[in-house]
Design a protein around this ligand. Sequence first.
Ligand code: SF4
Length: 511
Amino acid sequence: MPTFKPYNKDQMFLLPPSLEEMISSNHPVRIVDTVIEKIDISPLLRKYKKHGTSSYHPKMLLKVLTYSYLKNVYSSRKIEELLKENIHMMWISGMNHPDHHTINRFRSERLKNVLEKIFSQIVNLLIEAGQLSIKELYIDGTKLEAQANKYTFVWSKTVKKNKSRIKEQLKELWKYSQEVARSESLDQEDGDDDFDEIDSEKIEETIKKIDKALKDKPVSKRVRQKLNYAKKNWSKNYQKYEEYEKKLGSRNSFSKTDEGATFMRMKEDHMLNGQLKAGYNLQISSNKQYILNYSIHQNPSDTTTLREHINLYKESYDQMPEVVIADAGYGSEENYEYLEDQGIEAYVKYNYFDKEQKKTKIDKKPFATDKLYYNQEKDCYYCPIGQKMEKIGERVKITENNYSRTISLYQAINCRGCPIRGVCHNQKGNRIISVSHRGNYLKKKAKEKLESEKGLYYRKKRPVEAESVFGNIKQNKKFRRFYLRGLEKVKIEFGLIAISHNLAKLVYQYQ
Ligand code: SF4
């Protein structure tokens, strides 16, 4: 007969077991509890009404959410379930059992505009504990898929095309009705022929006039059908397109199922078909693989996000970083200028920096603009055969962030009959080059910095900083798609991910 350990599930206890005793002293749940206890949650408390029915304590809900995200549980229903089944969740919640609606409402509404402050307080605690420095920022970005349908999108180009199609067709129909009235020697309807500036009301009004003019007239079936369609749809559709344009802002697209999301190219392209997906552009700053700052953007290009990202950092820590390290996606004239203005030491690559470093023997573009000789005194260039290229003018380009970039134009005097014309350029007339002198100066400075000893050190460190943070979030935490919809909610969701990432790293230090 084998020997078994005693088993009696109905055994009575003299003293009931306490949850406290069941949780080991260095369990991650205790670290979450200790850290959140140290946080000043007064901005969160201000979100609650002074009177009214009692609510679950925000500190408890914040701990529950933080611990759930630490354990890769992101669904509010799953969190509700764990609160009844998992002893660590029971311990941290003090045996409270908020349902998934309460958890969701707390996450989406109460944490709005508050979580950023909680996050920066946690980072400050980590700094005090000597875990990281906020002086050096490694900045990088990635695209994260939105909780949106892949096939319900609105494209800015299509909206513009549809609006102008309505305008043109309205114009045609109006002209036609005027001609009919004229041929029947009837009074023509008063109206404005200018349909460039129209709105849904003007469309409706015009269609009514056209309808009146063509009533009981022998018009073709095609015109009658078009008019019927116009009566039903044009005004309504035009209004819809105008609303779309408001939602689009400067974006080229948005998803109908998550209007905050823009269609972008993602790194994770499992179908290998380059299909654009609705998502958000996530930017982070890291130091020692802790996240110090995060921002979510609706624009897919990293270049335009830097200023907003660093300004958010300043808001959180009331200071500017001393050093910024970033890859070539951020190396624009505008960004170099901004970093210099702010007194930030920048180690930011520009396009072709890596190619330049490879020093390949064959120069594939020997006649490119940057290879031409510039005479600063005379403000002119010399082309590959030594012909002078005079300055012919300047152009100012205003970027999305209102930065004005001055481009100088230089033209060769005569390219006709030049023996190397075929390889020099493919413009129709004499070669014109466009140059930003300020941009070239800033690029030269960036190159010197990147090639310095310090630059080499930062360049070597960069790939193991922010990129490994993304690796942890996407691979270990399995967070590859947002669960919530809309820009504000997505910000909260990533804030929780960032807190849980930082605490998981802290937990790892103590185990
Ligand atoms: S094609 Fe024109 S710009 Fe080029 S080398 Fe000849 S003359 Fe100079």
